[in-house]
Design a protein around this ligand. Structure first.
Ligand code: PLP
Length: 365
């Protein structure tokens, strides 16, 4: 039972019937895969108000392909140099030191080399100016929870990039909702924006979306399967392509609205059920920690009063049947995410949490 979030290690999203139907249909036919990619990309571009779009096997694959596209463009001789001989091309990618994270290594898979800017307290505009040179392929920027007061805001990065004619890649993998982010970053001036299909968009777990400038998106496609380049092992199946399209169509039509309403009503219910339970302090948190405009429920544990540590309670939730996965926050907080609960789950999570806090740790001798 997933009360945590749409995590890769917990299986991404639950697929809605219309997504499964589209995938089942695709599974029963043959296609020219490049043509299918191009047609689905054109439809996704139209839906997301972008010049072009491309379905990847995830946002992490999007990092590899977009870095490769910025390094090599559409020249087949250059594309063939990736990743090992990328150093013969302009292969530097500028990144805020403070934004380095576990996903960024994927751009190095394309042969990119990082040039870091900024420090703990601040990043100055001159650092960005200075980092851009003849070997610069792109600037990589992580949106949402990776932004902070010690970074240059995206607007400033985009202004410098535009003046110096350097492409900007925005990794916004988990920044949906709002659905409007599918076009917001590119309308601001980003050249490419990357999203996960298997997170809140509700697409197949192994999908992602690249949107943005036509030339760069076409370069991503040249790097991807069925072509023989660095993207070949990141194959996207016909089922995933049509599944993601179905998910995006639905999300834009009414999925976002339904998701918000579902999350709000579950949050209200959870907060009222857990309010007044001795040893728990419950509150609605908005936006959630991924900076998505969705509520989540934060439960602070009175460790002393209950005689159990927060982590022991989390272990009891995960150790029972069904296994209940929750997120942790701060030193004593547990987060229940209404977005990943299925109908009937919330009642079970509440019962299990109440049972887990009744277990008293044996008093220490
Ligand atoms: C989740 C995430 C990714 C990876 O996305 P996948 O679709 O699982 O490949 C990349 N970047 C960021 C910032 C993420 O949050």
């Amino acid at each position: 039972m997933n009360a945590h979030s749409r995590l890769t290690r917990l299986g991404g999203s639950i697929l809605a019937p219309h997504v499964l139907e589209a995938m089942t249909w695709a599974a029963q036919h043959y296609f020219d895969i490049s043509e299918l990619q191009a047609k689905i990309g054109a439809r996704l571009a139209e839906l997301t108000r972008n010049e072009a779009a491309y379905v990847t096997s995830g946002a992490a694959a999007g990092l590899v392909l977009s870095a490769g596209a910025c390094i090599a463009g559409k020249d087949p001789a250059k594309l063939a140099r990736l990743p090992c001989d990328a150093g013969e091309l302009k292969n530097e990618i500028v990144i805020h030191r403070f934004q380095r994270n576990h996903y960024d290594n994927n751009v190095r898979t394309a042969g990119a080399r990082f040039v870091e800017i900024g420090a703990h307290r601040a990043t100055h505009l001159w650092e960005l100016e200075d980092a851009i040179g003849p070997h610069t392929a792109a600037i990589l920027y992580f949106a949402g929870p990776y932004e902070g007061p010690n970074l240059l805001p995206l607007e400033k990065v985009l202004a410098v990039a535009k003046a110096r004619a350097v492409p900007v890649i925005v990794d916004a993998a988990a920044q949906i909702p709002p659905a409007a982010n599918l076009w917001a970053f590119t309308q601001m001036g980003a050249d490419l924006a990357l999203f996960s299909g298997g997170k809140t968009l509700g697409g197949p777990q192994n999908t992602g979306l690249i949107v943005g400038k036509k030339e760069l998106v076409e370069a991503c496609a040249l790097l991807g399967s069925p072509n023989y380049a660095i993207g070949r092992p990141m194959k996207v199946g016909k089922e995933e392509m049509v599944g993601l399209l179905a998910a995006v169509e639905f999300y834009l039509e009414r999925g976002e609205k339904e998701q918000r309403e579902r999350c709000e009503s579950r949050t209200s219910w959870l907060v009222s059920e857990l309010s007044g339970v001795p040893g728990l302090q419950v509150r609605r948190q908005f936006p959630n920690f991924k900076v998505q405009p969705l509520p989540e429920v934060v439960v602070e544990i009175d460790e002393e009063g209950l005689g159990s540590r927060r982590d022991e309670i989390v272990e009891r939730l995960a150790g029972g049947d069904p296994r209940v996965e929750v997120a942790i926050r701060g030193r004593t907080g547990i987060v229940i995410n209404p977005d990943t609960l299925k109908d009937g789950d919330a009642e079970i999570v509440v019962a299990r949490l109440k049972a887990a806090i009744r277990v008293r740790a044996r008093p220490r001798p």
